[in-house]
Design a protein around this ligand. Structure first.
Ligand code: ADP
Ligand code: MG
Length: 263
């Protein structure tokens, strides 16, 4: 597997505060997500993990009431710079959701290529064929679908659909891949296949994953951030750092309780 020409990128959130209307949901959250690593965001429901993830590629702008303070830096460049185009932020920083969402009636091939249309990228027929193969290999799906690229994406199993979504997100050559509970809807076998795919991908794409599965966080991530929103207060990061260190010697009692399933 070769490294992307664009190289590995660090993603940094600085002092992110977020509101939906008057409801403050994140309070001055700062986090460095190292280049070519896998960062896991953990914490109970409602503490702002998905909101934080969406802010990392400006997806939260789809919610009209969302307000934001702070900065997101991709290799030091502010993705919210008014001179930068939204489409560039989205192309650089891809997203995979909890529920696999391929275009069900579209062929496997067309699903992989779908992002090119959105970003206005043009490519020759042979370049497209090569891209489809490359993305499906990186998505860990090629061997299973190479003989039926014209079959509809909706005909695949749940785990295969999720890997198709990963392949689709890779077609526009993102530097970061955000994954919001990508395995929560999948069985344990499919989950392990996706984890292996992620570990391979992290050689060339920086990955940020939200997961409720502590074993998964421990298996795949290098860096971990524990989010918490105490009753009636916005979400904050209680503790972050090296995953192994955090799981074996949490500094905060609340982290210890959470990673050991005590709440
Ligand atoms: P998590 O992913 O950790 O479960 P979320 O980021 O989904 O948490 O939610 C954080 C808080 O923001 C919650 O109080 C939730 O109700 C609120 N919230 C999330 N999305 C919206 C939205 N589109 N509009 C209003 N409030 C929202
Ligand atoms: Mg969520």
């Amino acid at each position: 597997m070769h490294h992307d020409v664009s190289g590995l990128a660090e993603l940094r959130a600085e002092e992110i505060t977020a509101w939906f209307g008057n409801h403050k949901v994140l309070d001055r959250v700062s986090l460095t997500m190292p280049a070519g690593g896998i960062t896991a965001l953990i914490g109970p429901s409602g503490c702002g993990k998905s909101t934080f993830l969406r802010i990392l590629n400006r997806m939260h702008e789809l919610v009209p009431s969302a307000q934001l303070a702070g900065q997101v830096l991709l290799d030091g460049e502010d993705i919210y710079d008014p001179d930068k185009r939204l489409i560039d932020a989205r192309r650089s920083i891809g997203m995979v959701f909890q529920k696999p969402n391929p275009f069900p009636a579209m062929s496997i091939r067309e699903n992989v290529l779908a992002g090119l249309k959105l970003t206005g990228t043009t490519a020759s027929k042979s370049a497209k064929a090569a891209l489809v193969e490359e993305c499906l290999i990186k998505g860990g799906l090629w061997n299973e679908v190479k003989d039926r690229l014209d079959a509809p994406g909706g005909g695949l199993s749940g785990g295969q659909q999720q890997r198709l979504c990963i392949a689709r997100s890779l077609a526009v050559k993102p530097r970061v891949l955000l994954m919001d509970e990508p395995c929560s809807a999948l069985d344990p076998t499919s989950t392990r296949v996706i984890e292996e795919t992620m570990l391979e991908l992290a050689r060339e794409v920086t990955i940020v994953i939200v997961t409720h599965n502590m074993q998964q966080a421990a298996r795949v991530s290098d860096t971990c951030a524990f989010f918490l929103a105490a009753q009636g207060t916005p979400g904050v990061i209680v503790e972050h750092g090296d995953t192994k260190a955090m799981f074996s010697h949490p500094r905060d009692e609340r982290t210890a309780d959470y990673v050991h399933g005590r709440f």
